[in-house]
Design a protein around this ligand. Structure first.
Ligand SMILES: [Zn+2]
Length: 227
C-alpha cells in the first residue's frame, strides 16, 4: 500500500503537500525546511561522513548515513515503536543519497530485511519495507520482497556476544521466489546496523538463492565505540 502511494508521489505532489501540511523535522519536531529536516539538525546530526561504509565478514559491505545516537536514536525509536511515520521521506532521502554515493552502479534491485508475521500484526507495519519504499521514490523502482522471516527469535538487543547474535538469527529467514533473486545484484535495506549478524544471515540466504551480489544499506549504524 505505502509502496503504491510512494510510487505515485512525484516531486510536484510533494511540494503541494508541503505547502498544505508543513513538514516537521523528524529529529527535533521543529518546522522543517525544503530538505525535509530543520536547518539546525541538518548541521548537527551525527553523520557518518567518511566512515559511511562499514565492512564485515558475513554482511560484506554496509553503508549508513547516520550514527545511531542522540536525536537519530530517538527518531528511529519513535518511528519503529510509536508508529511516527512522518520522518519517512527524510529518512529515505538520506539513505538514497548515501546509497548513490557508496554504491553507484553496484546494484540493480532493492529489497529489505522483513519482520515476522507476528511482529507485523502487532506493529502494523514493516519498518525496513517502509524505508526501502521511501528511498526508492525518486528512483522509480519498487522494492521487491525476497525474504520471509519464518521464526520469531528473541530480540538481538538482548544478546551479548557476536556469537550469540549470529546463532540467534541462524535459519530465521527464507528466500521468497528464488527464481526472482538469482543473478541479480541486490541492495538490502534495514533500519540499524549493530554487529551485522542479521544482515549477514540475510546476505547468506540471498546468496544461497543465487544472488550475484548483495550490498547493505541502513539508516543508522551504532558508533564504533558501542560495539
Ligand atoms: Zn531538527
Amino acid at each position: 500500500m505505502l509502496q503504491d502511494v510512494n510510487e505515485s508521489l512525484n516531486r510536484a505532489t510533494r511540494q503541494v503537500m508541503n505547502f498544505l501540511f508543513p513538514r516537521r523535522c523528524p529529529f527535533c519536531g521543529k518546522m522543517a525546511g525544503k530538505d525535509l529536516l530543520c536547518a539546525d539538525c541538518e548541521k548537527t546530526l551525527p553523520y557518518t561522513g567518511e566512515n559511511a561504509l562499514r565492512q564485515g565478514t558475513g554482511f560484506g559491505r554496509c553503508a549508513s548515513p547516520l550514527y545511531y545516537e542522540g536525536a537519530v536514536r530517538t527518531a528511529l525509536l519513535n518511528f519503529k515503536f510509536k508508529g511516527k511515520l512522518g520522518g519517512l521521506s527524510c529518512f529515505g532521502a538520506l539513505m538514497a543519497q548515501c546509497a548513490a554515493e557508496q554504491y553507484s552502479g553496484a546494484f540493480d534491485a532493492i529489497t529489505w530485511v522483513p519482520v515476522s508475521q507476528k511482529r507485523l500484526k502487532k506493529r502494523g507495519f514493516d519498518q525496513s519495507r517502509y524505508l526501502a519504499a521511501s528511498l526508492c521514490v525518486d528512483w522509480h523502482v519498487p522494492p521487491q520482497q525476497t525474504l520471509r522471516k519464518i521464526m520469531d527469535n528473541p530480540p538481538q538487543s538482548g544478546m551479548e556476544s557476536a556469537e550469540q547474535r549470529r546463532a540467534n538469527v541462524l535459519g530465521v529467514y527464507e528466500a521468497v521466489q528464488p527464481e526472482n533473486i538469482t543473478g541479480k545484484r541486490w541492495l538490502l535495506v534495514d533500519d540499524i546496523l549493530t554487529t551485522g549478524a542479521t544482515l549477514g544471515e540475510c546476505v547468506r540466504v540471498l546468496k544461497e538463492a543465487g544472488a550475484a551480489e548483495v550490498v547493505c544499506l541502513t539508516l543508522a549504524a551504532t558508533p564504533p565505540v558501542h560495539q
